[in-house]
Design a protein around this ligand. Structure first.
Ligand code: ASP
Length: 317
């Protein structure tokens, strides 16, 4: 009767806390995951997902999302979808399609509209202002525009032994129109097999997709490694390899859970995540890269949480 959910970033807390209670009562892993991610999509102050997300170079909000069923391997995904309230729900619906299960751009938006998903203007005044301020800064200081991203990625396990993985993101701030990150790509942004476990990623998509790290973690868990060992091995070895070959590696943070509800995390930056299981109440943790390709994990302090709250709601200007 084990159950659990793990998800990227502090923003996942409310959804994970609420939905693990539902998982305990028997809710389906997929429906719980979609509800948890919807909460993040709907909250305007989480600026890298859904409503209030980070716009592209033309100040248009293009969103990526994916849903994978670990029992059947069904996958649904959208990329560059616009003005749809909950991209994760669209991805879940597409996962039931035999054909045309990954849609992009206007095709994805049209599908969502025709299928009756709620549509609304997803660009908030705050996101627009953030874009304007960033534009000024880029021009004034001749900066690279590509600073700012984060994805909600989650893996859930229900008491019926089903596992599901899903992601939702506005991707890279100031991205070129049409840019797709790792989040909707199977194996890179997410992967799940109910007989083994699941993993999901956040970080620089262009680099994450070079390593197919979500698949690699699931594969390693399948060889019998504990999720923490699998995450450490996959993430740090690949970050090292990429640094050797290309001179640098972008930010990588991955979380995973196996079919017994054991979990792991690895990252090459400071990274917050949330997990709750049958044995552990929902908690916000911070993870850091540590010596010898391991990860240091601690509970987020009250001070850290307060500073986070202030930062996300900071008045602009
Ligand atoms: N991986 C996402 C992307 O590159 C962004 C993030 O998770 O930080 O689109």
């Amino acid at each position: 009767m084990t159950y659990g959910m793990i998800a990227t970033w502090r923003m996942a807390y409310d959804g994970v806390a609420e939905m693990t209670k539902e998982l305990q009562k028997g809710k389906d892993a997929g429906d719980a995951l979609v509800e948890a991610i919807k909460q993040v999509e709907d909250y305007p102050f989480y600026k890298s997902v859904g409503y209030g997300g980070l716009p592209n170079e033309h100040c248009i909000l293009e969103m990526d999302a994916a849903y994978m069923d670990g029992n059947t391997f069904d996958i649904g995904a959208v990329a560059g979808i616009q003005d749809v309230k909950n991209p994760i729900a669209v991805a879940q619906s597409l996962s039931h399609e035999r054909f045309n299960s990954f849609l992009v751009g206007s095709g994805a938006t049209k599908y969502a509209k025709n299928a009756g998903f709620e549509c609304q203007n997803m660009l908030t005044e705050r996101a627009k202002r953030l874009w304007e301020l960033r534009m000024e800064e880029i021009q004034k200081h001749n900066l690279s525009p590509y600073d700012g991203h984060d994805t909600i990625g989650a893996v859930s396990l229900d008491i019926h032994k089903k596992m599901v993985a899903g992601t939702s993101s506005s991707g890279l701030f100031m991205k070129k129109s049409g840019r797709v990150g790792d989040s909707p790509l199977s194996g890179s942004g997410f992967y799940v097999d109910s007989e083994i476990g699941g993993a999901t990623a956040t970080g620089l998509g262009e680099d994450l997709m070079k390593g197919c790290l979500s698949y690699e973690i699931v594969r390693l868990m399948g060889t019998g490694l504990h999720p923490q060992q699998a995450a450490d091995q996959a993430v740090y070895q690949f970050a090292e390899k990429l640094t050797k070959r290309k001179g640098k590696a972008g930010a990588f943070s991955l979380v995973c859970m196996n079919k017994s509800g054991e979990w792991g995390v690895a990252t090459n930056v400071e990274f917050s995540f949330v997990v709750a299981t049958e044995h552990e109440a929902a908690e916000i943790y911070l993870a850091y890269p540590a010596e010898n390709q391991t990860t240091r994990i601690e509970i987020a302090s009250k001070e850290w949480l307060a500073a986070y709250e202030t930062r996300i709601k900071k008045p602009l200007d």
